[in-house]
Design a protein around this ligand. Sequence first.
Ligand SMILES: C[S@@+](CC[C@H](N)C(=O)[O-])C[C@H]1O[C@@H](n2cnc3c(N)ncnc32)[C@H](O)[C@@H]1O
Length: 339
Amino acid sequence: MRLAALEAFAPCCPRCAGAAPPLALEPGWQGSAGRVDHGVLACAACGTAYPVVGGVPVLVADPGRYLGEAGAYLLARDDLPEAVEDAIGRHMPPGGWFDAARHYASTYGRDHWGAHDPADPGWPAPGSARRLLEAALPALPDGPGLVLELGCAAGGVTHALADIARAPVLGLDLSAPLARIAQRALQQGLARYPLRLQGTEFALRQVAVPPPATLAETWIADAMAPPLPAGCARLVVALNLLDCVADPRGLLAAIARLLRPGGVALVGTPFDWSPNATPAEAWPGARAQREPTPALAELLDAAGLRPLAPARELDWTLRLHARAAMTYRASILCAERGG
Ligand SMILES: C[S@@+](CC[C@H](N)C(=O)[O-])C[C@H]1O[C@@H](n2cnc3c(N)ncnc32)[C@H](O)[C@@H]1O
């Protein structure tokens, strides 16, 4: 985390929900050249201490719960030589936490950064999420406000947004391994991710990426309870996140809360509902009433976000391994928060 990002984004306590002064960096932090590698951000109102680990702040409303569930991912090594990581991967059970985290890192690390890798296999074309953004983003709203990305994964779209917006961009994601890939790529110009070949066989990719055009950061935070005040954003991008959260309508309400009047949301989703992510009762379309899923425009409208154009239907393709890819049909829409 850069000191400049603390100033530009002024994170607030996700527990106090904007009712407290911005979080303050406690003395004794470690880092250099304006970058905080390890430290603690504290809330003056409730006293909660939020760790910054390996340059990534963990700004979730219930740090104890998050660390209890995901602490192993946050504290796991991501600097081991390829041969060592490979040996560990061969011992760890397929489908276990290590294997699952590598799959996830492969899929999103590669889609977000594979276009910069001279040795990328090329099939399917990397950069699918970036193409969704570029196809659907309207002219950026002028005036004050932050540019945010929710569910930013490995950071490739955050990087693209910095190029487009020429303003500081902040990405939020709950996944520690993905936030770490993103932060290293954005801050150190190195995208480091495992590329799945087949089975439990992976190749470590270490790809030089150009620095973002402006300040761009990734923090670990919940899009449903972001560490930012209401009305702070002029643009909120959330691609392929709606069907990954427990409360999709709650996510749209959170996006509307983040936007200032006249601010714009860009939301895209393949509506790939799964009970592992979203309890069936919360799938829009009230499964119990056997109603069809409402269109994206209807969902956004209900959250106070006025669609600016008809939804686009665009392909979103992710590489799973050397012989498998998955193509989703994503619905994408821009909508404006009324005054
Ligand atoms: C399907 S992936 C899409 C990633 C990226 N937006 C893209 O299109 O390539 C969903 C991402 O959202 C993150 N995520 C899920 N629930 C979240 C939440 N409540 N808050 C923040 N991020 C979340 C996941 O960790 C994952 O990186």
